[in-house]
Write a protein that binds this ligand. Sequence first.
Ligand code: GDP
Length: 425
Amino acid sequence: MAVTIVNGLSWGDEGKGKIVDLEAKSADVVIRFSGGNNAGHSIKNEYGEFALHLVPAGIFNPDAINIIERGVVIHLPSLMGEMQELLRNPDVSFQKFKISPFAHLVMPWHIAEDQGYEKEAAQNIAGRATEAIGTTLKGIGPCYKDKAGRWEAFRVCDLVSKKAFLARLEKVYASKAKWLRARFQVELPSFDAVRTQFLGAREYVLPYIADTSHIIQEALAADKSILLEGAQGTLLDPDHGTYPNVTSSPTTALGALMITGIPSSAVRRVIGVTKAYVTRVGAGAFPTELSHELDEKLRNIGKEFGATTGRPRRCGWLDLPLLQYAVAINGTTEIALTKMDVLGQLPKVQLGTSYENGVSGAPDMTRLSEMKPAYEEFAGWGNLAGARTRADLPDEARRYLERITAICSIGHVSIGAGRTETLTM
Ligand code: GDP
């Protein structure tokens, strides 16, 4: 059986889109398994440049079945918008696109709740219960909250019966509108507007709802090649990441299996994607974070601004203890290292190799903010344009890669956004 998982090894934005796009060329089934339209995968291939948020990156392979699995939360207007945008390209087809009936729906009240909590926390309102998390304000956390709660959740399968859906929509709308008004003094759009929006979206997505579990099990039985596409990164996993500054659904390789119902014995490759440096959006511990001036420099060279929110990303050196932790959690079999071209443009590069405060190996995640990294220094390796194999890389770049290989072998090194700017090691 040939299941490949691609997921992020740090705090998201590792360049997974590019690696999934490369791997999806030879996949029979591509599955997005978690997260919502808070994720943004940027892809540059022969069809053009795309920012995908919900649609699996395998959509550019006309022979692949593309699935949104049950662990994803779907904001229907965003999904429709994304599909319509992709369909402007005559080579893209949604004929083999499937949506799990068990995926949950992001409702207007989820967005209002997300915005309510984050705004309240940011304004330092007296008596506030929490710090701002730095969410994308897209309602993702509240949707997963209702999924766990069960009482007021909506799933894709609820759309099938129009009558039952509308009856329940009206009831839950009334309950949520009342709560939001009392809790955050905000008003939802009118029920008529919500109703109209859902009726339109319902018509649009009904043809894509399918028993995806059956499709996956059949593909496994037929020994097809299945690619599981992660969103966000391991350090944003709610259980294994830097809680509470994390996302609300699993981001790890085992999370992918849990959601898709694929047994671990079927997995052949676990590709962990990391940039040659590290970025993080929003608050939270970041041991190798750069000083202000260097941070700004790397951010500008690497264009490190959120694909979904435009927010500037904090930049830091690659942190080997944290990388080792992520590799261990995921059972990563190979690393895909992106943006080597960007890092090499700095005159000097540092690599966090251990923590000074006596911590060796993988870090104690309960004390991450106290960790002081020890660094090894490298001279910047400059322009990598035109390199095709490892042998084409400057000595200093090769030395850098060797230090990472001590943790896990490297499968791909990416030296630019395009498909061809990739060295297969
Ligand atoms: P994802 O969510 O993990 O897919 O990450 P992003 O969508 O934020 O992708 C990172 C960005 O870097 C995108 O704009 C990619 O096109 C770009 N990119 C990916 N790999 C490389 C690389 O090796 N070098 C450069 N210069 N850009 C890259």
